[in-house]
Design a protein around this ligand. Sequence first.
Ligand code: PHE
Length: 553
Amino acid sequence: MRKMEKPHCQTDEFTIFIDGCDFGDTQSHKFVFLQNIFLTMDHTRTSWNSKLGFILAASGSAIGLGNIVFFSSNAYQHGGGAFYLPYFLALFVLGIPIMMLEFGLGATTRKSFPLALRQVAGRRAEFVGWWAIGCAAFITMYYLAILGWAFGMMLGAFGSLFESGQTAPFTPFSEPSPEPSAMVFFFRQLATWNPLIFTLIIWGLNLLILKNGTSSIEKAVKIFVPLMWLCMIGLIVRGLSLEGGFQGALYLFTPDVRGITDPGVWRGAFSQMFFSLSLGLGALTTYASYLPKKSDLVNNAMLVSFLNCSFEYLAGLAVFSLLFVFALNPAGSTLSLSFFVIPQGINGLSELPWIVRLTGFGFFALLVMAGLTSSLSLIENPASALIDKLGISRNKALTLIAIPGIPGSILFVLPFIIDPDLNGNGTLGLTLLDITDHWVFSYSLLTIGLITALIIGWWTGAEQMRQALNQYASIKLGRWFNPFIKFVIPAILISVILSSLAGELHYENGAWTYYGSTYKLGSYWWLLAAVPTIWIGSTLTFAWVLTYKSGRV
Ligand code: PHE
């Protein structure tokens, strides 16, 4: 009888190479997991030069469009102070603990997300990691497209953004605007090739900064992160010093207990917290994998979360003070608040055009810088995973990402597909962005966060993770951490996901209503089905191919 050949498992001091070798039982996972806490596995991996470098990079990843664009519009939609309480709670019950898990995974395994998961929980967990990378790819594509538009608005501040007499190409705006109108400027811009060029510039900047890994990321964040704080502080001082600005601050900061009973507010707060802290896609696991061995992960997670949320509240202050001063009413899509309403407020700030232009430029420069430092982590995440798995060079990994990534982003900014059925919503790309965001943003981050908590809580063991996190921590995590990871976090996430799913199809005024019925898509109705199908189909196939591809483990 022919003897079955054993899989080839080779272990050396630095790396374990496994080819077709599966860790079948939980004990082995625990062994490998613990072993990595004490051994530095891969000596070739670069690391951050300083703790400051890591904190700037991780907080740069967290602070992004989510903090300015999405937070303000979410808070506004959910009634300001009503959003504040659930959001504050979400920081402590979800945000900080899940960030600790992501940091713990990266720092103990010194691997990017998919291989870190494989190292602690086997091949099926690696599949989840690659699925996260696939979902992140969708977010990266439209995130960079929004950054392209923001870049255009930034240049427009010294161009025609604050000038009157413009016309936009879509029906509702065919008359020249009597006053400067940011909305008209934005739609005019949508109908040109400029956003495509700007999106390419943003992609180029990202690839350039990521070319040398941690050392070049560190250099970039040391410039952009402090500058971004400076712009923000300037905007707040300006906003609050206006008569009536303080009312806006009160609106945001006065807790409203009525929000507690509305499940929609909780859903909004929890999803927003995930996105804002860059959780659920593995980006922070990748950044933490470059940390030196003796890092205080508990302290780092708290610091990054607090920096992120402070920035977010400051952004809320700036935005809400402007809203109140100029009695503006942000209707419509998520982007409208930052892209139409805020510039409209800035336009009314002063009689002096240079003050208006400079403030407008400052606001959009802030968006671009904050978004850029986040997009760095969005692209570094798959780059690092491909390098780890396939053993390829950084340049090759970045090229493999740019090949589908750039055309993907371009889809959202193509100017020529304009459908009158879109009811003045402009290009198809804008609607495509809304639908993609609806599915990927609402479901993938929370689902991946849920699976990560379940894997660590039930498979590798919450206690092991607690010990790993406590190893170099000045403030130690107590035993409460274990039931928290095993029961509390999964229970919250499962209920949020289920309630979001239930909201897709709900019974209203005697009829079943589908979420998509709010879009006036006309002949593009099929997008509503195509986007979720393409998202699920392509990300699962991608995850399957990469998981079962043999490589370095
Ligand atoms: N946190 C970023 C923001 O607020 C977005 C992001 C999500 C970045 C996930 C990386 C990973 O804009």
